[in-house]
Design a protein around this ligand. Structure first.
Ligand code: AMP
Length: 311
């Protein structure tokens, strides 16, 4: 069994109040793969440019990730993104996006990538997401992420892919932007009516919420004393969610399973933000992840506080 992901494989330039990096390995598919690789074999799909360093391919291959569907284009540069975070690390401004080799990329999946059990369409042009979805042989679970850029410039394409996946994982602001609804509940219900059976709203340092036809579930982010670089937290979270679903291969993907999956996504994302880029998750152990999942479980419990009416 395996997980296939299409999305950016990138170099990022990042500035945060705690420092920065001019050029580090990043990209949605990269962060996703590093997280999902704890649970199953991952097949990232995407092109890199002639500037892509062998050492970065090695990082992508952490924990057995198969890089056979990462193709080096004959010419052109790797996807590049530059961003800067505000003082509270919640707001971020994109300073530059260069599609590079992604501009002309036509995915052609290997047999192993097509045969995946779980497919994640990470953030990239919706037309590429659709092409990868077309080529897969009926995965058990499909999920999608996107961002404001694609909602702005490729909304119709994005809407068509959303209708075809099981789960939509977006930031809360993107869910509002996509649906034009002000409350997250009505926005999520509108997305559920379009076909997906689950919507997960990522809410940054406030955690994530799950909406299905069975109900609602929410988890806070794992509380941290210091955050260095939030880049890739959303993709790392999605890698934990999709990875957990892949690992639970004999169970139906229902509300309860997705809630547990969110705990793994939340724990993994909390490690991602502690250092720049892929630095922390690349050397993470599963024991460290399990310990944070257990802590999350412990501090989200409370006794049913039923009291008698006193007046
Ligand atoms: P996140 O912080 O989870 O939103 O993801 C950040 C990652 O997304 C960075 O590593 C970037 O390389 C990548 N990224 C930024 N903009 C785009 C875009 N327009 N399309 C695809 N990937 C992007």
């Amino acid at each position: 069994m395996s997980i296939t992901v299409v999305g950016s494989i990138a170099y990022d330039a990042v500035r945060t109040p705690y420092g920065g990096r001019d050029r580090m390995l990043g990209g949605a598919a990269t962060h996703f793969s590093l997280a999902a690789s704890f649970f199953d074999t991952v097949h990232p799909v995407g092109p890199v440019g002639t500037d892509f360093a062998p050492a970065d391919l090695q990082t992508l291959a952490t924990r057995g990730t198969v890089t056979a569907d990462v193709t080096t284009a004959a010419e052109g540069r790797t996807f590049f993104w530059a961003g800067e975070y505000g003082p509270d690390l919640n707001s971020r401004e994109t300073l530059d996006t260069q599609l590079g080799v992604f501009a002309d990329f036509q995915p052609r999946l290997s047999a192993a990538a097509r045969a995946c059990d779980v497919l994640f369409l990470a953030n990239i042009q919706p037309s590429l997401q659709a092409s990868v979805l077309d080529q897969c042989d009926g995965p058990r679970f499909t999920a999608l992420d996107s961002m404001n850029l694609w909602i702005d410039i490729a909304r119709d394409d994005l809407n068509r892919v959303i209708e075809r996946v099981d789960c939509v994982i977006l930031n809360d602001a993107e869910i509002r932007q996509l649906t034009g609804r002000h409350t997250l509940l009505t926005a999520a219900r509108e997305l559920l009516a379009r076909g997906p059976s689950a919507v997960i709203a990522k809410q940054g340092e406030y955690g994530a919420s799950l909406f299905t036809r069975q109900g609602f579930f929410s988890l806070p982010a794992f509380p941290l004393e210091s955050v260095t670089d939030p880049t890739g937290a959303g993709d790392t979270f999605a890698g934990g969610v999709a990875g957990y679903v892949a690992a639970q291969r004999d169970r139906p993907v229902d509300h309860g399973l997705l809630a547990s999956a969110m705990a793994y996504g939340t724990a993994l994302a909390s490690f991602n933000v502690e250092e720049f880029g892929t630095e922390r998750v690349a050397r993470l152990t599963f024991g460290e992840v399990q310990a944070r999942v257990a802590e999350l479980h412990r501090f989200t419990q409370f006794e049913t506080p039923l009291v008698e009416e006193t007046v």
